[in-house]
Ligand binder design. Structure first.
Ligand SMILES: NC(=O)c1ccc[n+]([C@@H]2O[C@H](COP(=O)([O-])OP(=O)(O)OC[C@H]3O[C@@H](n4cnc5c(N)ncnc54)[C@H](O)[C@@H]3O)[C@@H](O)[C@H]2O)c1
Length: 265
C-alpha cells in the first residue's frame, strides 16, 4: 500500500468554480472534471435550461454540488447576478473559467462587417475581462485563485477565413497575459490554445459536412481530433494546486503538429 498519492495536488476540494458556457461540450467537460475533483461548480450559460440540466447530471455523476444558471456573459447585469448567485450558494469564488466563445467563417477576411468584428471582441475577449473583474474581490480572498481561459490555436496561427474570431482570441491571449502580470502572486491566469475538438458548433459556424469531416482527421502529431475531456484534463492541471507554478502562459493543446523541416519534402 503506497503512502504517496500522485493525484492529491489535482484535487479541487475547497474550490468554488464558475464555468462559463458550461452547458455542453468543452465547458461541460471542464465542469464535470472540476466537480469530480471535489470543487463546487456553477455553470453560467446563455441556455439556462441546459445549464440546469447539465448541472443536475454532473451532480448525479460526481456527488458534489453543481448549479446551473442563465447568464449572457456579454451583459453586465447577468455577470453580476451569476457572481452573486455563486457566492450566496458556495461562499466565495476561487476558480474562474472563461470558456464562452465562437465565431463564423468568411471566405474573404475583408468582407467581415465591422459590427461583426466588434461583436466577436465582445464575446471572445471582453466577456472574459468583465467576468474576471466581477470575480476579482472573491479571487483575491481565495487560496490558489485562478482564471483559465478557452483560447484557440487560431489565436496564434493564421486562419484568414475565421478572422473575427481569430483576432478576438489573439486579443484574449494578450489581455490575459497582461492580467497575469498585474495579479502576480495573487491570481494565476493562463489561456489554453485549443486545437480542433469536433462539436456541433462547427456546423453552426457555417462549415459544411465535408469541411467538418476534413477537420475530424487533422494532420497533427497524434493523428486525431481532440475530445472535450482532453481539454478538461489540462484545465484541471492549471486550476488545481498541480498547476501552482503555472501562470501567464498561453498553452497549446492541439495534438501537436507545427513542423520545421531543414530539407524540402
Ligand atoms: N471546439 C473546438 O474545436 C474549439 C477549438 C478552439 C477553441 N475552442 C473554444 O473553446 C470554447 C468552447 O468551445 P465549444 O466547442 O465547447 O463551444 P460550444 O459552442 O459547443 O458551447 C459554447 C457554450 O457557450 C454558451 N454561450 C454562447 N454564447 C454565450 C453567452 N453570450 N453567454 C453565456 N454562454 C454563452 C452556449 O450556449 C454553449 O453552451 C470556446 O471559447 C471556443 O472558442 C473550441
Amino acid at each position: 500500500m503506497s503512502n504517496f498519492d500522485s493525484f492529491a495536488d489535482f484535487r479541487m476540494d475547497n474550490h468554488v468554480a464558475i464555468v462559463t458556457g458550461g452547458a455542453q461540450n468543452i465547458g461541460e467537460a471542464i465542469a464535470r472534471t472540476f466537480s469530480g475533483a471535489g470543487a463546487k461548480v456553477l455553470i453560467a450559460d446563455l441556455n439556462g435550461d441546459k445549464a440546469e440540466a447539465t448541472a443536475k447530471q454532473i451532480e448525479a455523476d460526481t456527488g458534489n454540488p453543481v448549479l446551473g444558471t442563465a447568464c449572457n456573459v456579454t451583459v453586465q447585469k447577468d455577470i453580476d447576478d451569476c457572481v452573486a448567485k455563486t457566492v450566496d450558494a458556495f461562499g466565495g469564488i476561487s476558480t474562474l473559467v472563461n470558456n464562452v466563445g465562437w465565431g463564423r467563417a468568411y471566405e474573404d477576411p475583408l468582407a467581415v462587417p465591422a459590427e461583426e468584428m466588434v461583436e466577436s471582441f465582445k464575446l471572445n475577449t471582453l466577456a472574459g475581462m468583465a467576468m474576471t473583474a466581477a470575480c476579482r474581490p472573491y479571487l483575491l480572498k481565495a487560496e490558489n485563485a485562478t482564471v483559465t481561459n478557452s483560447g484557440s490555436l487560431v489565436g496564434t496561427l493564421p486562419a484568414f477565413d475565421f478572422i473575427a474570431y481569430s483576432a478576438a482570441k489573439a486579443a484574449l491571449n494578450h489581455l490575459m497575459l497582461g492580467l497575469a502580470h498585474y495579479f502576480a502572486r495573487q491570481i494565476r491566469i493562463n489561456t489554453v490554445l485549443i486545437g480542433t475538438v469536433i462539436t456541433p458548433g462547427y456546423a453552426d459556424a457555417g462549415l459544411d459536412e465535408k469541411a467538418v469531416e476534413a477537420l475530424s482527421h487533422p494532420d497533427n502529431l497524434t493523428g486525431r481530433a481532440g475530445t472535450p475531456q482532453d481539454i478538461a484534463n489540462t484545465f484541471l492541471w492549471l486550476a488545481s494546486n498541480a498547476g501552482s507554478w503555472m501562470s501567464g502562459q498561453t498553452l497549446q493543446v492541439s495534438g501537436g503538429g507545427k513542423r520545421v523541416r531543414l530539407k524540402p519534402e
